[in-house]
Write a protein that binds this ligand. Sequence first.
Ligand code: KMH
Ligand code: ZN
Length: 274
Amino acid sequence: MSTPLIISCCLVGAELTKESYPHLPTTPDEIAAAAEEAFRAGASIIHLHVRDEQGRPTQRVDVFEQVSKKIKERCNVILQYSTGGAVGTPVADRCAPLNLRPEMATLSMGTMNFASDVFENSESTITAIASSINDSGAMAELEIFDFGMMEATERYLKKNLIPKKFHVDFVLGVPGGMSGEARNLVMLLDQMHRCLGPQQSWSVAGVGRYQLPLTTMAIAMGGHIRIGIEDNIYYRKGEMAKSNADLIARVVRIAREFDRAPATPAEARKILAL
Ligand code: KMH
Ligand code: ZN
């Protein structure tokens, strides 16, 4: 049997609204129910954004606490808090939920255009968030949106600005970042192996139409995947996905053809040495 497949589910995100995607989970109960469904479909990590009472993205600690508790009452998934928040969220707010000591947290590795906005991740922002992640005891997941961010990772490591141990996630297809063409993933992996070695754990997240081909590539190449409504609301062209679990179920079927069973949370913790 091949290495189990770690499926991280990005349930909600910060940019979508119920107007653009009517099934979007936004209340604590809806997010917890969606997390359990994702877990039952095969997810072992929940990449977590939360919403306030008006359905707006928030980094409020009380909301993260409430949602985390509700998820943990339903299933023992790995919680990965977003420190990206929404575009424009102040750095202190992005870091605030880390006080709750999640098992994992994201660390975006550079400033970029994010559709018509700018997602700010200057060296000082990266350093501040990395240091908060370190203090919290969480494992960082480096979010690489572009080739230069992979190269910058080596520089940050040399300067001791980011933790030594992390998981790498390539997020491809954001307008303003690298597209999700197959050659881009191959190039990024080549660079990652050169600078971090063959043992480095990695996953890929494809935005929009790139989600299905990139997750399939990662399955075939021995990597792991991130999938969910934050990145892609469509099951196929013109047809919205019914839920996060709907997207996961398809990728689990594909993975089984490659003898890659979905990792349980315990297996994912072992693979990532959490
Ligand atoms: N909402 C994006 C601007 C992360 O979760 O760490 C950033 C984001 C990355 O979603
Ligand atoms: Zn996110």
